[in-house]
Structures are given as structure tokens and as C-alpha cells.
Ligand binder design. Structure first.
Ligand SMILES: [Zn+2]
Ligand SMILES: [Zn+2]
Length: 79
């Protein structure tokens, strides 16, 4: 997805309030209130929301990108 500089800024603002992406496990990552860990030694490599899943019973050890959340793409103005 190619985005403009304005969309990049909107993306940053969005991620301060909500997660932007969905993992292959179906849980959210990449933003505030993500269901994947934000902290730990992997943080520098994986980025916010891209660590292990914190949802009980989910064994996902690392966020694996599946798709963007619809509210995120609508906020950005991309389809
Ligand atoms: Zn996951
Ligand atoms: Zn999960």
C-alpha cells in the first residue's frame, strides 16, 4: 500500500488510540490496545504490537501480518 506523507501522519495518530493491523491468529497488533506485546527485548526489531500474543489460550509467539483493520483504512482514506 503506497501512502502519502499526510496518510503517514494520520497513521501515526491512529496507532496512538487503536491497533491498525490483524495477525494471522485473528488478534490485533501494531497500535494502542494491541493484543500483542509491545515491550521486551524484541521491541527494537519487531516494533509496537509485534511481539507475542497476550490473549489467553492463543499460542502466537510473534505478530504475523494478515491485513489492516477496516476502521484503520477508512481513517486513512484508502480502500
Ligand atoms: Zn498473533
Ligand atoms: Zn493471538
Amino acid at each position: 500500500m503506497a501512502i502519502t506523507e499526510e496518510q503517514r501522519e494520520r497513521s501515526r495518530q491512529y496507532k496512538e488510540t487503536a491497533p491498525a493491523s490483524v495477525c494471522v491468529c485473528g488478534h490485533t497488533g501494531d497500535g494502542a490496545r494491541s493484543q500483542h506485546l509491545n515491550s521486551g527485548p524484541q521491541e527494537a526489531i519487531w516494533g509496537a504490537g509485534h511481539g507475542a500474543c497476550i490473549v489467553p489460550s492463543c499460542s502466537c509467539l510473534k505478530f504475523r501480518w494478515d491485513r489492516f483493520r477496516i476502521p484503520y483504512t477508512e481513517f486513512l482514506g484508502v480502500k
